[in-house]
Design a protein around this ligand. Structure first.
Ligand SMILES: Nc1ncnc2c1ncn2[C@@H]1O[C@H](COP(=O)(O)OP(=O)(O)OP(=O)(O)O)[C@@H](O)[C@H]1O
Length: 415
């Protein structure tokens, strides 16, 4: 079914909750409704379902204006955000979905029972039919409530946060069930909080803010750093993988403001930069040559950095700046970098970090194989490893960093 909401304004107790809302859901589409708490998502779904009456504007179902809830519920089903517990069996809860199709006070017939059973099968809950609804887990209840929606045989589903409070695998289960149903010709407008789940499962995204539609379109065009900042006031990074868009919160200083500085270069710090950033640490790196892949990585995670011109040796100025970062950091990591004339100062900086008792060294390959400077570098390195914690991989380094920072200390245990 095609849904069209045209210039709808809704007031509750003389307050405008929805303002001039216009949107469309095409036949066979899942449209995600995103927006912060209190932005009007539930109000919009309730208005479409006829529970609330707009003071202005019209809702069209397949081009027809239908206003009575009894009529709407024959073609559209609404799953509210909160459902009360009941002593009914699972099958009886699902049978309630048949109510709009029963005339007067008539009891469900065999055909209704068949439809309810089929709906339970569709959500993979057939064997729960005789169980008490109140005894099910949150995820199981949600599937049963979806089965109730399916039993209504709707052409349009209005789902208010169907995945709320569920673990990630249950969330995906529910959204896959919804997608299968939509695949069989129904349409869905789904209020959601998880932007990534919305991007993964919807054909279109509508973002609401203060009762207004502010962005609408495909995930790729709608989900931008700017739109999310505008709607949620949150700083995020956007990653595009295939057709999907992933939103990653920017984590500068989030993990108790813990700072990790990485002395790296030539791609030797790249993996750790991403790993630490995903963990929520505030990452900085230096000294890096502009255009180096570590330089690109630290910019990508929105970290701070000390840079030097491309292919140029580290200047005194950059070195001093690097030392300042080292002082500010809670943990410093020396990556498995190659040392030459241009970046010997990075080794000197690492020595300073070791003396401060906050250095972790990643040694994947023996230093002599990476040392193109000679004896002096070797001596500095030997001094460094005497005072630092030495690990063999990024994963091990991450483990050490967690250990050190989560207990609030320094990385000064010896190897
Ligand atoms: N029955 C009501 N009486 C008074 N105010 C209401 C009522 N229902 C909703 N509101 C107000 O309307 C605004 C929008 O609420 P709504 O529940 O539609 O938002 P939402 O986007 O669904 O939020 P959430 O994500 O928290 O569920 C809120 O400010 C809310 O307080």
């Amino acid at each position: 079914m095609r849904l069209k909401v045209e210039n709808v304004t809704v007031k509750i107790e003389s307050r405008e909750i929805l303002r001039d809302v216009t949107l469309e859901v095409e036949k066979g589409e899942i449209v995600a409704l995103l927006g912060p708490n209190g932005s009007g998502k539930s109000t919009l779904l309730r208005t479409i379902f006829g529970i609330l009456k707009p003071v202005k504007g019209v809702v069209f179902f397949d081009g027809k204006r239908i206003e009575k809830i009894e009529e709407i519920s024959k073609i559209a089903a609404y799953l509210p955000q909160e459902s009360s517990d009941t002593n009914l069996t699972v099958l009886d809860v699902v049978l309630l979905g048949r109510t709009p199709h029963l005339s007067g006070f008539k009891l469900p017939k065999n055909r209704d029972l068949e439809i309810a059973k089929r709906a339970l099968e569709e959500v993979g809950m057939a064997e729960f039919a005789e169980r008490k609804f109140s005894e099910l887990s949150g995820g199981e209840k949600q599937k049963v409530l979806l089965a109730r929606v399916f039993a209504q045989q709707p052409k349009l589903m209005l789902l208010d946060e169907p995945t709320a409070h569920l673990d990630i695998s249950a969330q995906i289960d529910i959204m896959e069930i919804v997608r299968r149903k939509v695949g069989s010709g129904c349409s869905a407008l789904v209020a959601m909080h998880d932007i990534n789940l919305a991007s993964m499962f919807s054909d279109k995204i509508i973002m609401v803010k203060n009762g207004k539609v502010v962005y609408a379109g495909e995930a790729e065009e709608v989900l931008t750093e700017e739109s999310i900042k505008d709607v949620y006031g949150a700083d995020v990074r956007i990653k595009k993988v295939g057709r999907s868009v992933y939103v990653i919160p920017k984590t500068r200083g989030e993990r108790n403001g813990r700072r990790v500085h990485i002395i790296c270069g030539g791609g030797s710090g790249r993996d750790l930069i991403y790993m630490l950033s995903e963990e929520g640490y505030s990452v900085s790196a230096g000294v890096l040559n502009v255009l180096d892949s570590d330089w690109e990585a630290v910019i990508d995670v929105d970290g701070e950095f000390v840079e030097e011109a491309p292919f140029s040796p580290i200047s005194d100025e950059a070195h001093e700046k690097n030392l300042k970062f080292i002082e500010k950091a809670d943990v410093v990591v020396l990556s498995n970098l190659v040392v030459g004339k241009g970046n010997l100062k990075n080794l000197v900086a690492a020595k300073k970090a070791a003396e401060l008792g906050k250095l972790i060294v990643i040694e994947k390959t023996r230093f002599e194989l990476r040392n193109f400077f000679g004896k002096e570098a070797e001596e500095i390195y030997e001094e460094i490893v005497r005072k630092a914690r030495v690990v063999r991989s990024e994963r091990e380094a991450l483990y050490e960093i967690r250990k050190v920072l989560d207990r609030g200390g320094h990385a000064n245990s010896r190897r």
